[in-house]
Design a protein around this ligand. Structure first.
Ligand code: EPU
Length: 429
């Protein structure tokens, strides 16, 4: 069992390069199976979630070769439509994308129930309603099974701008008959990237990035070569790392437009954020102001940056407030921050933070992926040494985090502990 140990209070300096987007890659890698052909994907992050997806695809007789650390060659010409008994499917939430892909390509899908980080109930009712509207019969007993004689395009209004439901409906609809319109669609950069990838395979998807996505079904898709966008949340996490250590870091290979809500919030509290073409330069300051943050679907402040900014606010003198409006229960990790000395009260969806002068290193757990990133940020800022357990969560979404932080001057290490330890099975975002 591995742990991360950090000796804190070293200001980070230098440059860090952001990897490909996890949440785009976990949609685009399965989406490649819609082509019944060969697809080459570049800028795929080297993270555990992708390793898991590759395992599921190999179980389905897809030939997947790693051409290098970040390039996958996916040949799905001889694949099957069944991953109902896959343990790997149960390890991650994003395995729900096999539903849309298999339904779209085979009109018949058998998929195990997806898992995922535990921050409250994580239903897939909006996905299912979308598939049913396209003409599928859906049964959700021991496994999820969907069948359709044909899929026929229609208008689908989402009650909530769900990322997963928007992408999943797009995946099924690209090979449907006629036109599908998704209204109140999610607008996240990974939704747009998935639509761009589908179009590169011959799909006809318009309006991704707006409230209404129009998908005109085509008969068949073809192979393609495509590079995935940089990871918005990894970039945001390093922006926070620079801010929280009073550092001076250039974050490279980013799309600054995707970072606007995070950049604006950092500037508001007094951090210097300078955007260049594909780089953001973040310089921390000792004089930061408390603030209010509300998480919202894109272009609002991302829920996946909520734990990270909460750590920063916990060190800013005065009262800050964080309102989590996307997930029901995403403050479980606050208990871990309290162990480090943070003064945070949680009332339902709202965390009230009284800034403290200092966090004090101790042993804490990564309770999920972004909470794990928050523990690393806390460790970078804390006095003394912080030990983080359950680091398998961090590996699911951050490529080489320890190496990247080391190159910025952090005193951070991974160690193996042979002693007895409670094991929590890894789950993904
Ligand atoms: N929701 C429903 N019914 C559904 C789907 C969603 O009620 O059928 C609700 C959820 O319960 C939640 C809200 O809608 O309250 C948002 O869920 P959404 O479907 O947008 O989330 P997701 O697609 O399951 C993705 C990311 C998450 C990120 C959310 C919100 C992936 C693989 N995961 O999840 O990322 O928090 O969008 O932006 O893209 C992470 O990367 O750490 C992570 C958890």
């Amino acid at each position: 069992m591995e742990k991360i140990v950090i000796h804190g209070q070293k200001p980070l300096r230098g440059e860090v390069t952001i990897s490909g987007s996890k949440n785009a890659a976990v949609a685009i890698v399965p989406a490649a199976l819609l082509a019944n052909d060969i697809v080459i994907l570049e800028n795929v992050p080297d993270i555990a979630d992708i390793t898991n997806l590759v395992e599921i695809m190999r179980e389905m007789q897809v030939k997947v070769d790693r051409l290098d650390a970040h390039t996958l060659r996916i040949d799905s010409r001889h694949m099957c439509n069944d991953c109902a008994s896959s343990e790997a499917v149960r390890k991650m939430r994003a395995s729900y994308y096999f539903l849309g892909v298999l339904l779209g390509r085979f009109k018949h899908a058998r998929v195990a129930f997806p898992g995922g980080c535990d921050f409250g109930v994580r239903p897939i009712d909006l996905h299912v309603k979308g598939f049913e509207a396209l003409g599928a019969e859906v049964s959700t007993k021991a496994i999820i099974e969907m069948k359709a004689r044909e899929l026929v395009g229609t208008n689908i209004f989402l009650d909530f701008a769900s990322v997963g439901a928007t992408i999943n409906i797009m995946l099924a609809a690209v090979l449907a008959k006629g036109t599908t319109v998704i209204e109140n669609a999610a607008k996240e950069p990974h939704v747009v990237d998935t639509a761009n990838f589908l179009n590169s395979m011959g799909a006809d998807v318009k309006g991704a990035g707006t409230d209404a996505i129009r998908i005109r079904g085509v008969q068949k898709l073809h192979g393609s070569e495509y590079a995935i966008i940089p990871d918005q949340i990894e970039a945001g996490t390093y922006m926070m790392a620079s801010a929280i250590t009073g550092g001076d870091v250039k974050i490279k290979n980013v799309i600054p437009r995707h970072m606007e809500s995070v950049s604006a919030k950092l500037r508001e509290i007094g951090v210097s954020v300078v955007e260049k073409d594909d780089c953001i330069h973040v310089i921390g300051s000792e004089h930061l102001k408390p603030t209010k943050v509300k998480t919202m679907p894109y272009p609002g402040f991302p829920t996946d940056m909520q734990p990270q900014i909460l750590v920063l606010l916990s060190l800013i003198s005065g009262t800050s407030m964080v309102n989590e409006s996307v997930w029901d229960n995403r403050f479980r990790y606050v208990e871990q921050l309290r162990k480090l000395g943070a003064n945070i009260d949680v009332e339902g969806h709202i965390a009230i933070v009284e800034g403290v002068d200092q966090l004090q290193g101790t042993e804490v757990q990564a309770t999920d992926l972004r909470a794990g990133a928050a523990m690393v940020l806390a460790g970078l800022a804390a006095e003394g040494s912080t030990t983080i357990t359950n680091v398998q969560y961090i590996d699911r979404g951050y490529e080489g985090m320890v190496e990247k932080l080391t190159s910025l001057g952090a005193c951070i290490d991974r160690i193996t502990d042979d002693g007895p330890m409670l094991y929590t099975p890894p789950q993904a975002g």
